[in-house]
Design a protein around this ligand. Structure first.
Ligand code: SF4
Ligand code: SF4
Length: 388
């Protein structure tokens, strides 16, 4: 494993971090397959991963839920006496804070779920501009000062999907930030805070943590033929996962890349890649840019399947509607995706069930106007399979 200094925290973190939002599950998203997930975490820690990320809602049925990920992680670390071996990161659900006491209430609950007396890195989760204004008004900075002083939290930061100007504004408003988590991959250099945000983090000594390195799996699944042909021209042959991860690890402004792993096989594969120095040549860097340009011609919309917009109160399966729509565009094979769309998604969960209430829009990490995009999905697939 290769380790990086995480900005001014002075922590040495494995450059691969374990994200626990997509652990294997059984009956539903809140029903973690604990046996399999434990195997994955054990393997990761034994092979050098030393930072694990979770959050209050991970593995619940919706964004506001009290998720099972923290609880599972707390049990796992205690049963295996591994708490002191890892850097534990979790997040305060900034969207759910309604009054000052909520910061304390969530932290207390999270410490209990995680069975620990301190969090190594505590982030304000998925900060939007309105949520930042709201939590500032509720004295979040005093709360952060307090928890840093009493030792329940060792380092503080935030995660966000916001544009670079706001990102920099938030960084400049609190001198005790030590880490920030942003979305980055070779398709998103100029999206959200992008590479300008990473540049700024490096300039001011804030640790950079990356989410969505594979863009919700889109960079590694259902690869269009054009893209495969481009990869075949590379000076060094790599798998799509290697391209995506080594692209990030070849950047000197990236400290830690979080992967939300779902199987032991993925854990092994990612650790193998993270443990190898693989310098990308200038020609291969240019090839990555060409692949990114080609991908952009295929995109239906920017959904990363993060699930934050779910559940829709009207039962729309937003994620799978967008997934089939996007795969159809990427593979240029509408018929195959239409078969999936009509067979996998129940009639009362398809795009035409959206009533345009707008409740999901503030939750979208990719700032997608979800009802507008669902309208496009409906126009594309229609009412029934024989549309094609
Ligand atoms: S806008 Fe549509 S998809 Fe979004 S919550 Fe309302 S009904 Fe559901
Ligand atoms: S529509 Fe937005 S919030 Fe919903 S899964 Fe896609 S990216 Fe995530």
């Amino acid at each position: 494993m290769i380790y990086n200094r995480l900005g001014k925290t002075n922590l040495e973190v494995s450059r691969l971090g374990f994200g626990t939002m997509r652990l294997p599950t059984k009956a539903n998203n809140a029903d973690i397959d604990k046996v399999e997930a434990s195997k994955m975490l054990k393997y990761a820690i034994e092979n050098g991963v030393n930072i694990i990320d979770t959050a209050y809602p991970y593995h619940s049925q919706g964004l506001d839920g009290n998720g099972e990920s923290e609880k599972f992680l707390g049990e796992f670390l205690t049963e295996n006496t591994l708490r002191d071996e890892i850097i534990l990161q979790t997040k305060s659900p900034s969207w759910a804070i309604e009054e000052k006491g909520d910061f304390e209430r969530y932290l207390t609950e999270q410490l209990e779920k995680l069975q620990t007396d301190h969090i190594d890195i505590y982030l304000l989760h998925s900060l939007t501009v309105p949520d930042w204004e709201k939590v500032k008004g509720l004295d979040v900075l005093d709360f952060l000062d307090d928890v840093l002083s009493d030792g329940r939290v060792k380092h503080v930061g935030f995660s966000s999907h916001i544009e670079v100007d706001y990102f920099i504004e938030i960084l400049d408003e609190y001198p005790k930030w030590e880490v920030a988590m942003t979305q980055m991959n070779y398709l998103d250099e100029y999206y959200q805070s992008g590479i300008m945000g990473l540049d700024y983090l490096k300039e001011i000594g804030i640790g950079s943590m990356i989410m969505e390195p594979l863009r919700g799996g889109r960079l590694v699944q259902n690869i269009p033929n054009d893209i495969e042909n481009l990869w075949n021209q590379a000076e060094t042959k790599r798998t799509p996962v290697e391209w995506a991860l080594q692209y990030l690890w070849n950047r000197d402004d990236v400290d830690c890349v979080f992967s939300g792993m779902t199987s032991l096989e993925q854990v092994k594969q990612n650790i193998e890649i993270a443990s190898r120095i693989d310098t990308i040549s200038e020609n291969d860097q240019e090839l990555i840019r060409e692949v990114a340009r080609t991908y952009r011609t295929y995109l239906g919309n920017r959904c990363t399947r993060c699930g934050y917009c779910m559940p829709c109160p009207h039962g729309v399966d937003i994620i799978n509607c967008f997934t089939e729509y996007n795969i159809a565009h990427m593979m240029d094979n509408p018929k195959a995706s239409a078969m999936q769309y009509f067979s996998l998604i129940d009639e009362d969960s398809r795009a035409d069930c959206c009533v345009d209430c707008g409740e999901c829009i503030p939750f979208c990490t990719q700032m997608i106007n979800i009802p507008e995009e669902l309208e496009k999905v409906y126009e594309y697939f229609g009412d029934e399979f024989d549309h094609f």
